[in-house]
Write a protein that binds this ligand. Sequence first.
Ligand code: BGC
Length: 830
Amino acid sequence: MTLIAHETFRNANAPLEERVEDLLDRLTLGEKVALMAGSAAFTMHGVERLGVPPVRVTDGPTGVRSNEGEAATVFPVGVAMASTWNPDLTREVAAAIAREALALDNRVVLAPTINIVRIPHWGRNFETYSEDPFLAGTLGTAYVNGLQGEGVGASLKHFAVNNQEFNRLTVNARVDERTLREIYLAAFEMTVKAANPWTVMASYNKINGTYATDNHYLLTEILKGEWGYDGVVVSDWGAVHSTAPAANAGNDLEMPGPARWFGDRLLKAVEDGQTPEHQIDEAARRLLRLILRTGVLDGKDRPKGELRTKRHRDIAARAAEEALILLKNHEDLLPFDPTRVRTVAVVGPNAAARRIQGGGSSAVRAGRQISILQAVQDYLAGQAQVVHADGGDNEPVPPAARPEMFSPDEGRGQAGLLCEYFDDRELDGAPFKSQAERQIGKLVSMSAMGITGGGLAALRWSGWFWPQKDGRHEVSIRAPGDVRVRFDGNLIIDSSTPGEVDDWDIGGMRVERRTAAVELTAGRGYPVVFEYQRPQSLKGVTWEQVIIGVRQPRGSIAEAAEVASKADAAIVVIGAASISEGEGYDRRDLELPGDQNALVEAVLAANPNTAIVFTGGSPYAFPWIDHVPAVLCAWLCGEEGPDAVARVLFGGAEPSGRLPVTFPRRLEDTPAYPYYPGGEEAEYGEGLFVGYRHFDRASEPPMFPFGHGLTYTRFKYADLKAPDEVRAGAEVTVNFTLKNEGQRNGKETAQLYVRPRGPSVERPVKELKGFAKVALAPGETRTVTLTLDARAFSYYDPARKAWIAEKGAYDLLVGASAADIELQATVRLE
Ligand code: BGC
């Protein structure tokens, strides 16, 4: 488009605010209102008349969850990124995600998730960072800077007090003002002020009686007023419940599109005088600011981005490596010496499974997915022999089938099924779309029909199933409508087969899983047909999933113990089942699913050189913890995670992660235990005492404290220097030295906590206010400097509506975890 001199908004060199005002002046009321809702599930509205193109958004935060089903790099999940305690690396990961978003023509990534981990069994713990607002805010800032530094907008989510999936669409979080400010808003405040995310996502839940999207106090008074936020408030998908109240509260954008509550209804609300026109102007101004910031109007000069490049894989690999946490290492069992172990047993249900991310809207289509078993085999190739037994599976229901189990035709040249889609429920007549697809089990309406999800009435997936083992297989289909499954010509499942409803339900619809068992022989193919008919009630729904499950014949604990007994060393890979952790549901307890505790005990009895590798996204109970020698927390570390695990286990890399969440021993020991689940009301009765703020004053110590993590070397902390006295409000600079006294390279994460002495109000014993991750070679010493601002000493006083740094004495505690304080000094604020 040629530049028309008087059209300031087209001039990429004009100041942003001038461009925004110029464009705003040109819009009709109808065009402004149209901007305030999406045009499709992940697309905003543009202004066609003026050549303003629609902005496309996509999910994160683990990578780009492409709306077209394209594969993208899978990075470590949120809790794993937080375990790096490394803002620079977090920024690099987010920058890579931004480049992948650009390559897929998206301008906003719906990330990062920075909600506080309040309960250890929240279904989305894996996706977010920490129980501590300072750590969450520091990493949130880094992530937003990483995305936006590449020209891609962030969506800081979910604002606010979104800390459970139980009743997630309606629950009312009841939280007192001080706790709100100090715990649940603090990370948002820090990130908004430091990194100015282009969008903030209003959450599904209510806060003290009002939906986030209707919450004037939260969106307008605090976020836009007190914090000076100039970006867009976008609703979580389907979180808007009203027209004028939501618009007047400061919810600028209703998603997904097309509009349900905004659009024509909002136009009418303006005409009826329920929403003032200046409110529409203000929202439109923010939306135009976003559109201009993304550069969609400055088309030609935009970077093209890059997808699944070597550079991105390398970043994912470094991030995975730094995320791994050595939780326990009695008598230096780890690292195993690859020149001395001849046979290594890699056993357990998650050894051959490919646990690299959690479920729900953050799940990225992986282009590369290997197991820890495979990674250890690759790492030890030519050096040692790797033997394996699964020791049983940990799946409560048949896990999602892998494409390689099927082929669209008898020839078996290709993985997947022949997928036929019909616009007629009866599956008569010709399909309107028919193709072999590798990816089975998916959001069918969206991926089959394009992202508006319209038109689909029924589907038939058919082909051949190829068992790998002889014996009893369980086959399941999970779908929200009528189903039929034929196996080897027999009807084994139809809608009269009793179904089970599980908790796994992101869209709030009732979905049943139906299962049948079949005896199969490995080596031959079985013809299969899966059919699904969509109910009328799903009109307009884009979350509809059809999932095929297959449980293969499983091994026994005895077999795994036998395999381990003959090896020089054993690695038991345990943890979450494929559906344990995901959006839409919380776990019921902290138990490892299946017989994994018995498996650990049996393998340990068979071979004392046993290390446990845990894969999951949040704490689980480890009843055997006191008598296993070594535990590596491998989280869900993305596509490079398994290789990083192999490197750390065999000494090719140093573990350096630290827990961003406390690992309790029992659910009963955790602070929200008396209040959760609570029905429609979630009482935040523990107040400020979340995570280590609770355990610091509790009688039962946790299994592993916040901030904990070991290395293969040793560090010495010394020479803490801090002023004795400063003026209240002034900065406090703290110095100390760290020395690597061991034999290997390593990274120490030194943590600085502030402990008020005799405060006039009740306060947590201590709070994290600074940290530094320092790489040191053997024998090397480094001085670490950390600076504390007034906020580091403050509490929020609801009566004065202000942060107060009270005069008095404060201990400055420097250490390797919340329970391992190495140095201490005291400063007086005068
Ligand atoms: C999730 C958001 C996500 C959105 C769009 C919602 O259900 O809560 O985190 O960004 O869907 O997929």
